[in-house]
Write a protein that binds this ligand. Sequence first.
Ligand SMILES: [Zn+2]
Length: 505
Amino acid sequence: MRHLFYNAQVLTQDKQQPVATAFIVEHGKYIAVGNAALAEANVDAKTDLLSCYVIPGFHDAHMHVWKVGNLRTHMLDVRYVTSLEELQSVLKAYADAHPELTWIQARGFNEQNFPTHNMPDKFDLDTIIPDRPVVLTRTCAHQIIANSKAMELSGVHRHTPIPSGGEISYLPNGDLSGHFTETAIGLILSAIPKYSAAELREMVLSAQEACLSCGITTVTDPAVDRDLLEVYKQMDAAGDLRMRLHAIPIRVPDGKNTVYPNPALYTSDHLIVNTVKFFADGGLSGKTAAVSKPYVGSISTGVLRLTFDALLPLARSSQEAGFLIATHAIGDVAIDTVLKVYEAIHGEKHRIEHLGLPNQQHLEIMHKRQIAAVMQPIFIRELGHNFIDALDSGRLAHLYPVQTVLQRDIPLALSTDAPVVTSIDPWVNIQAAVTRTTKSGITIGPDECISLEAAIQAYTKGSALVSGVGNQAGAVAVGMQADFQVLRSLDASGLQAVYMDGNPL
Ligand SMILES: [Zn+2]
């Protein structure tokens, strides 16, 4: 069937033809993009778009899809709490309401939102829930607090060796405090019974609803373990995936002394596996990103999770197996390590996730090798107060330098990294890219603001390009997948309809 859409303001994201007013879709793809003259074409159906905007569906290039769903279904969401007392009271109420849960899990606290700024410890959890294991994950997902019962069931004690690339905190008397970071969180998390395939499916379906309802038609899940990958494949085979999903398997699981082999390449209409994931450091909001100069008021320079020597053979084998490589790197030391590895394997078009504090030399290498930056301006909005606390003004001025990346002609994709942040809404993220203003109204690094048009481009065409599908998605252009959104205005309130393969959802 040939379907004409007309009377629209189409922002195509296609350089050859940046704007159009009409287009025709057949078999899920655009077969013509043009102006009012298309009305003469022989078609089977016509839709008047009433002067609305049309842009490609958003592609969030780094969102932990199942975790977004998990917080909507099987886990307590504590991203909103503003004090230890509030955290304790919601945890207690949740545990009381769910006597069937063998482990109590919550995610999303940020101690910088508490009046004291103090990291909770095991005692804070033991006093409210002594009899069941409790694991509380910080908003960044790179740090956890375990209660005594959780450490007991995990077999972790004061003499447990500290895994490389991780930290364990101790009390002055040498006992465990309950606070674990980076790879050490795996010591506790690996003891939690795994979710069943049915539970994971439920989480993914819930996240999918949330994505589609805000115009996100494609999502990249940037850290997929083997069980989840199986679930994604089963869901794909069963036709459960309405959005398109790029799954990026991990090769180095936390808290285990193993490396997973390369997964199999996989391509279907709704599921793509063409990239693998590594973590080179932690996060800035919790001061675990690997930096060359200590954090403000601290002697810490963060945690380098993978050294050059550890990452090199893994990256080389993944590249030889035909994969793109996506490596989490935020601090300058981590970025340096990753780029040295990419250079050593003569890698091109690989990715760096987040890219918090690159220096000029890093940006040059990224330009030369067309290494993509997958960035999250929304961090400035939601975690900006943490950054102000952790970094001096020199580093803040070019933190997450989105505009510099664009100026250097480095491929850029935008994403939220949800549930690290509370909102998956692309327009909230775009607003953050344009203003770089924190929730409390402070602007961080105004030189790195980008235009609305550039942000939309990075969220659509940019994401498709860095995901290896730039020739089939991300623009309203002949031959491309007809996934698009109709908007009355270019903001969160404007969304009128979402189309996949030219069909309305
Ligand atoms: Zn992430």
